[in-house]
Design a protein around this ligand. Sequence first.
Ligand SMILES: [Zn+2]
Length: 457
Amino acid sequence: MRKLLLQADHVIPMTPGNEVITDGAVVVDTVTGIILDIGAAASVRARHQEATVRSLPNRLLMPGLVNGHCHSGILRGTAEGLPVWQWLQEFIDPMHRVLTPQEAEIASRLCYAEALLSGTTTIVDMWRFMHGSALAAKELGIRATLVPYVAEHPDHDYFETLQSNEEVIKTWHGQANGRIQVWVGLEHMFYAVPQAWKRATAMCRDYGVGLHTHSNESQFDVVETQKRYGLRPVQALEKFGLLDAPRVMLAHGCWLDDAEISLLAERGNIGVIHNPTSNMKLASGVAPIEKLLAAGIAVGLGTDGEKENNNLDMFEEMKFASLLTKVSSMNAAALDSWEVCRMATIGGARTLGLEQQIGSLEVGKAADVIAVRTNTPRMTPLLCGKYLNLHHNLVHAVQGGDVELTMVAGQIVVEDGHLKTASIASLIADANAVVPGLFERREAWLKNQRAVSRGAI
Ligand SMILES: [Zn+2]
């Protein structure tokens, strides 16, 4: 069974023109993982009579979703109700100080499973000890761009380093038939000394990979950058050479001003990832998404981590992206549903520089395809033609649990809503087993810190 023909009630290729193919089909080469054909089912079937047919009635097919900014993790629901910088100092950074490689790998396995089950086929993960994450991505079958959480600063000597990042690049970049990519990750400009900024950019150039970092997330970020360097964050990133990597992805961008947006647009190699749930939850702000799109900047969508969200459901993220822009601009017509669908697919692919490979269903592209159930109350009525509502339902009605089939590079990894590549029960058991120890070690570290600052040690 080399050729697999997926036939469904609707196929949404996410190509320019917002086409919806009613009774459509996609033909996949399961060996190369490439899309061979797409179109109306009758003609596609006539052209590929030897193909194995997988009929998916009451389903729609669309490109797999691209989660452009995520962190693997196992802190879900345990660090709530704090603004971002306080939250980092009191919960997140102390966790990083005591995290073990084994715990980090378990977190990646859990998160990639959750992502695949809810229709994400590509994930950008900024995390720790990422050899384990690479193994998880390889085995679970997700497409992943791994960006280690690098810090090169005496105050943050417990993170990944440029050296450990380089090791992950050397070992894993391009592995699993190109499914795994490794970029240079920088937690934040403040987490590195100036010499490290230069080394980070040089490493990106040497290996031909991109740079991913957080920027303009909170007002604190802007105020503190202005205090330290007399510049706004994007201007500082430019001055320090961090925008000179072949590609740059900035997560959040809530507090980008017009001059910064112009600068990003002029450079052309920079994408911004919108994380509406995280931005609302941590009260970080509202990213100027319509301005970024109007400036022609590649904009993707990301869930951020399990601790900021608290799930990795990209369909929910699409809904919040739409709603947040509408309410913040007091304009119910803001951010059209097609635009949101693009951000979650081809827009995310553009931010990664992978728009020729993924993000839409087109001949020659990777077969990253999902099937979504349409015979559910929340998808009814489902209309095409004059009363087309399919795109609005995809953004505002669907939930990740409606994904029935997830295919990455021509391989079905989720079938009938079940992950085929790992035991979910084992992944959950592993996470539950290690969490208490992680929390106890964090508490012990914080207790020791308080004693040190009181002068007791
Ligand atoms: Zn983040």
